[in-house]
Each structure stands twice: as C-alpha cells, then as structure tokens.
Design a protein around this ligand. Structure first.
Ligand code: FE2
Length: 766
C-alpha cells in the first residue's frame, strides 16, 4: 500500500485574536485529512515526565479538509523577466560569464541560458556530464553542443564564453582560469591546464524556449508537478553578458576582466551593483540599455567574493567591485510557495499559548505549530519562544552528515523513520547547522517550509533528548501547572514590536536555548532590563550568534558562522559579512558583546553523555539572595530531569568577570564532575594543550547567577539548557521547580525585590 504522509507550514509564526493564520499542507497518497486546532501543553514523551499533552480547541473549524500533494521547486536561480523577448535569441549570439563551479562533476548544469528540457529548445552555456564547459542549442527536437577540451577544476574561477553564428553554424567556446593567490582553492603553482578554445560547426538552428532566461537552471515540466527548474548549478557566478551577434574568438578573449563591448550587447549584468548600507537585495542589475534586471530565486547568496577578489579586504562594504560573486545551490529553499490548504481566524479571547494544526490521515499525523500572543496583554509574565533559534535548527541533520557527530553526541544515533526518510531526501531544505550538497555552509533558513524538528514530540536522535521547541513546552507546561497567569510571544514579535512588547510585563522567561539574536533584539532586552525589567534566562548557550533579517522580511534569517565559536561550518575567507544587514557575522562575543554582559553568564561547554546536578555556591547564602533557595534542602539540587537525568548540562554557561559578568553578580550554584565529552568552548582556546576537556578543565561547568539592575530590574540565569527539562520531574514538584518558582514569584511582583535591603552589604555574606 502506498505510504501516506502529511506535513506543512504556516504563513507566520505568531498571531493575535482576529488575525488569520494560513496553513500550507502537502499529503502523499491522500486527498482528505482530519484537522483540529490543538493547544500544545507538553511535548517531551520521556516517561519520567508528564508525556505528550494537547487540548483540542473546540471550534467549527475542526473537520475533514481537502489536501493534495504539493511540490518543492528546490534550487537557486536568477530569473530574468523579458516581456519584449530581447533574450529570445534564435539567430547569432554570444554569452560570457565568470564561473566558480563547486561540483563540476555532478552532471549537466546550466550557467546562463534560455533553455527548456521538455521542449528541447533554446540555448545555454553550461557544464556537461563530464565536468566540461559546454554550449547547447536545441531546435525543438534535438540538441547540438560544443564542449571544452579540458574539464573545469572545482573551486576555481574561470572566464567562460560561447558564441554562435547562425548563418555559418560556427560556434566558438572559450575558457580561461583566473587564479590569484586568494580567490580559489588552489594557487598558481598547481599546474592545471585550464585554457581551452574550441571552434566547431553546429548543425541545428535555435528554436526559442518558452522558459525564462535563467542563471543556474534550465526549465522543465512534468505532468503532475508542472513547471520546475532543472540542470541546477552549484557554485558562484559573477558578472554576465549576452550579445545578439557572434563575437570572434579574439573579441571574446579581449573581454576577460573588461567592460563589455557595446556593439550588440543585449544584457550586461553587473553583480556588484546594488550594495547599500543594509546589504544587497535579490535584484541583479542589467546595466545595458535594455535594463533586463534579474531576480534571485530561493535566495541565492550574495555578498560573496568574486573572480577578482584581491584578498586585501574581507568586507564587501570596502571593495564592492570585488564582491560580484553570487552563490547558487541545487538544494536551497527558502519558500515552498505552496497553495494555501486552509486558514483559521483566531477567535476572541483565545488564551495566549503555543498551538498547532493537528492533521491526521489514518495513522499519519503532523502538528504544525504557531503561537497566539495576547492582543491586550494582561499577565505580568511573558514566555518568549525563541523562534530565531528554532529557524537556525530547522531540519537540522548534523548526525547524518557530520563525520564527528557521534563523537560530539557520545550516543549512537538511533534514527526515527522521519529522520531516516528526510536525511535521504531533504526536500524541505536544510538548517544553518548543515551544508548544501556542494559542502558550503547553509546561511539562510526560513519558516516558509515544513520544519520537521519544530514539532511537539520531536526528539533528537543524536542527543537522545528533545531540542528547542519541545523542551520549551516543558517550561510553559510548568507555568500552567503552577497556576501562573502568563502570556507568550516570539522572537519575531520582539523584533517587530521592540520594547512596546516587553514593557507590558514584569518578567520575561527565555526559552531553553535562545542562541540566535539580532542586534535590535539584544538592544531591546538590554533596555528592558536596565529600565526595571526582570529576565529569567532559562537556558544555555544563548545570545550567541549574530543573525539578521532583511527589513520587512521576517521569514528569512541569515547567519554566517565565522572564525570562532562552536560551529557547524565556517564561512569562506572574505565572506563573513551578511548580505541582509551589512554586519559582520559570527559570535557576538567577538563583536564586543559577550552574553555575560547581558545575563551574567556565557557559553562555556557542551556535551551530550549525561547531565548533572548543581551545588550551592557560597554567594547563595547571602541575605540578599538566600530567599531563592527557600524550601530547598541541602547543597545539591537538580539531580534529575527529562534531559539525561540532570538540570545542568547539554550546553552550559559560566560566570566570567573578564567577559563582562556584572561585578555584583551572585554565583548561586555551579556543577562539577563532568566527563571528557564536555570540552571547553572553541572561542576560549588560544593554544591547544592537555586539560581542555571536562575532567580537567575548570571552565567546564554550569553556573547559576543572579544580579540586580537599575530601577528594580534583575536577571536570573540558569546557565544550562537542561534546566527547563527538570521542571516537570516528580509531578512538577522538585528543587528546580522550587527555585524557579521563588524567582518567578519575586520577579512578577512589582516594586522592591526580596533581599534589596542587603544590597549594600553584598560582600558580607555569612
Ligand atoms: Fe545551539
């Protein structure tokens, strides 16, 4: 029997009453599904905790809905709208460009052309099945070609061109490498023969294809699926040109590194035009009289080094003329562009919480989450779901692709069926922890696609526990169980509404791993705390990576991993600056903004073999903070939890005055006895030497801290991702729960904080 499956995504991560959320759903081998809106109460199915809990929202929306299979047109391209048909060339022509192929051997790829496979029509400059530069023309029934004498080397810039004289049938194909000490993988001492010039007669005439002129793709079509891109290219393309006449070989050779000959120029795309103070958009500017501007498809990566990168500057803002590179990948997707399957308008008075459309087709089930925030905030407590960090991890598959993944995780990964299927066919794109098929790190992620690991029951096979969203539901379930009146919002609400969102609340609770922050978000959080807000930082490895979103485009996030940090990849030299914000990517610490300055603690170690208890530190007995431990017996706490048995672990943080921990911060608790599966973080290491792992490294620990800020503001930090997963232990009644409750009770009351009378007495504990 054909296998039934269903999944989908929403048009936005959060909504308020009266707003409509739309769902885009695909179903294999089914036409109908039972759909209900459910409130997500708890996710983690670990039997030590409350298990999965949802509550159906009764409404007339529930019922059977029509569903269908929807396809994803994977891959980058640049599409050139051309209503006057200037590029519908059927006579003589010349195409020239600069290309840096990353997988020339992968099979046929189009560089530039108006070429249609299903029509066997058009023309294109490309790379053939043997990795050789090729030029194809097709007449409606057959294809003719001219190919280079030598294959292209990967990660090497070439100037390439083809011309075709329709009268004589003569075609010219030319390639020459542009190798300087910086711009490619190999230097000039590698003795490759990159040069090839071929002349040959072609027998066919060009029949124009109906597909658009595209960079990096050909058009194709199939019966059920409809039109899609094919012959996708991996690598970079720089400035490109089309003429409506056949340039001679001498003319072609004279074009390398030069402005294009004006005679017969139909299009001349200057990929270095368009850089502004906030980056560069998806429009590729044609500087010819025809103004045939191209538009990037699925977000090709711009702000990349070009064929002429001199290595002198690593910032496109300083030398934009050296940053004409645009990077294309066959497996990139930032928007599935599906048809809306159904929509739901949020009824008045619906509780602010995490919800999902629960879709069931027989045994197949999916939850498509979304968040409902308060239209008119009334609660004093806000739980901030870290949607930017959920995006960073969207469809992460490190365990499958990274050779050292099991050494990092210390567990043999037992894949779920969903993971096993998806890892073999990552049709909804990858996470910023992964690499495209050509090995380049993924720097764009978006929510306009199914995110299979942002699901309430998801467990990471690599780690053997939950990650991100399902863990965060343990915090909101705890809030609910304890009877707190709270509301929820997301990073995306914070980035849109700023302090106007946060100032409604006395206390903000973060997610378990709020790792990815843009500058605006950090500024807002800093302002909130310093003007009297209270932050409960309920996680670990937070406030860590620089991210950016283009103005007005909150669905697509950019991250460029730099030369430090615990990172899944590293941007190529010269490509550290974001295309969507002009900022230097990397870790905030290396831009002068270590997390310690905001929260008292910052990333110090990660490991996944076991989690640990904390022990009270001397500061915790000071009268200004001892109230935090009211009701907690003994010195040890957090020796339990749904995440590998402890509250301290997975990714943890440390108090560090040298990195900006406010000097009056109280070190409440810390943990010891870590294994060598927990190494110190990369950004702390200058020299490698014995003793950097958990059994010997004093930086390998989790620190819990507390400090007061101006105007009765305060920050409590758990220093550990696992903390949140310990809240539900023993029916939500445990020491982690008690400490969290003591803090939250104090933070959610207006006015003076407990222990305030003793702040002048801070150094005299005991
Ligand atoms: Fe992380």
């Amino acid at each position: 029997m054909a296998q039934v499956s269903v999944t989908g995504y929403t048009d936005k991560p959060s909504v308020v009453e009266g707003e409509t959320v739309s769902f885009y759903v695909t179903a294999d081998n089914a036409t109908e599904a039972q759909v209900d809106i459910v409130r997500l109460i708890h996710g983690d199915e670990n039997p030590e905790g409350p298990g999965f809990i949802e509550e159906v929202v009764s409404s007339d929306f529930s019922g059977v809905k029509q569903v269908k299979k929807q396809f994803v047109d994977l891959g980058n391209a640049i599409r050139v709208p051309d209503s006057s048909g200037k590029l519908a060339l059927t006579d003589s022509l010349t195409i020239a460009t600069y290309v840096y192929a990353t997988t020339p051997e992968k099979g046929r790829q189009v560089l530039l052309g108006k070429f249609s496979l299903h029509e066997t029509a058009g023309y294109a400059l490309g790379i053939d099945h043997a990795g050789r530069l090729a030029f194809w023309i097709a007449d409606g029934s057959d294809t003719d070609e001219i190919v280079s004498q030598v294959p292209m080397a990967h990660h090497t810039w070439y100037f390439v061109a083809a011309s075709f004289d329709a009268k004589s049938g003569k075609a010219v194909l030319h390639q020459e490498a542009i190798v300087n000490p910086y711009n490619g993988r190999l230097g000039r001492v590698a003795p490759f023969d990159h040069l090839s010039s071929v002349e040959q007669s072609l027998k066919l005439k060009i029949k124009s294809a109906t597909t658009d002129f595209m960079w990096a793709a050909a058009g194709n079509s199939a019966t059920v699926r409809g039109a899609f891109k094919d012959l996708l290219f991996n690598g970079k393309i720089d400035r490109s040109y089309v003429w409506n006449r056949a340039l001679s070989l001498a003319e072609i050779k004279s074009q390398c590194g030069q402005s294009p000959i004006a005679d017969g120029l139909v299009a001349g795309w200057d990929t270095t035009i368009g850089y502004g103070e906030n980056g560069i958009d998806d429009i590729v500017v044609d500087v010819s009289a025809n103004q045939l501007n191209g538009i990037g498809v699925q977000r090709p990566i711009r702000a990349m080094t070009g064929y002429n990168w001199s290595g002198k500057h690593d910032d496109w803002r300083v030398a934009p003329q050296e940053y004409g590179g645009i990077s294309f990948h066959e497996d990139s997707v930032v928007d599935c562009q599906w048809d809306v399957t159904f929509s739901w308008t949020i009824p008045e008075g619906l509780k602010s919480a995490a919800y999902a459309a629960r879709i069931r087709i027989g045994e197949a089930e999916d939850h498509i989450p979304f968040f409902v925030r308060a239209a008119k905030p009334k609660a004093r407590i806000l739980y901030l779901f870290p949607t930017s960090s959920y995006l960073a991890y969207a469809n992460e598959m490190i365990v499958h692709h990274v050779p050292v993944a099991q050494a990092i995780g210390s567990h043999p990964a037992v894949l779920t069926k969903t993971e096993a299927d998806y890892f073999q066919d990552p049709k909804y794109g990858r996470s910023t922890y992964d690499h495209y098929t050509d090995g380049e790190g993924v720097c764009y992620t978006s929510w306009l696609r199914p995110i299979l690991n942002m699901r309430p029951k998801w467990r990471s096979s690599a780690i053997g526990t939950t990650w991100q969203f399902p863990r965060d539901l343990s915090a909101t379930a705890w809030l609910e169980h304890q009877g707190y009146d709270f509301e929820v919002a997301t990073d995306h609400d914070l980035m849109r509404d700023g302090l106007d969102l946060l100032k409604n609340y006395s206390v903000i609770l973060t997610g378990s791993h709020p790792e990815y922050w843009n500058e605006f978000g950090l500024n807002v959080m800093e302002e909130y705390i310093s003007t009297g807000g209270r932050l409960m930082y309920m996680g670990g490895n937070g406030f860590y990576w620089v991210i950016s979103y283009r103005d007005g485009e909150p669905e697509i996030m950019e991250v460029r991993k730099g030369e430090a940090g615990m990172r899944a990849w590293q941007a190529e030299p010269g490509e550290y600056y974001h295309a969507t914000s002009a900022e230097r990517g990397g870790i905030w610490r290396n831009r002068g903004r270590a997390p310690q300055k905001l929260t008292g603690v910052g990333f110090t170690t990660q490991g996944f073999d076991a989690c640990h208890p904390y022990f009270r530190m001397p500061d915790s007995y000071h009268k200004s903070v001892s109230w935090i431990f009211d009701g907690v017996e003994g010195e040890k706490f957090g020796d339990h939890g749904l995440a590998l048995g402890g509250a301290a672990g997975l990714e943890t943080e440390r108090y560090d005055l040298l990195l900006g921990t406010p000097p009056h911060t109280k070190l409440l608790g810390s943990s010891t006895n870590w294994s060598d599966n927990y190494p110190g973080v990369h950004e702390d290491i200058m020299f490698h030497h014995p003793g950097l792992l958990g059994t010997q490294n004093p930086a390998v620990r989790a620190d819990m801290t507390y400090f007061t800020a101006g105007n009765n503001g305060a920050v409590f930090s758990t220093g550990s991702i696992a903390w949140t997963s310990s809240l539900p232990s023993f029916g939500y009644e445990n020491d982690v729960s008690r400490i969290t409750k003591n803090i939250l009770d104090a933070f959610s009351k207006p006015g003076e904080l407990p222990g305030g009378a003793w702040t002048e007495d801070e150094k005299s504990w005991r």
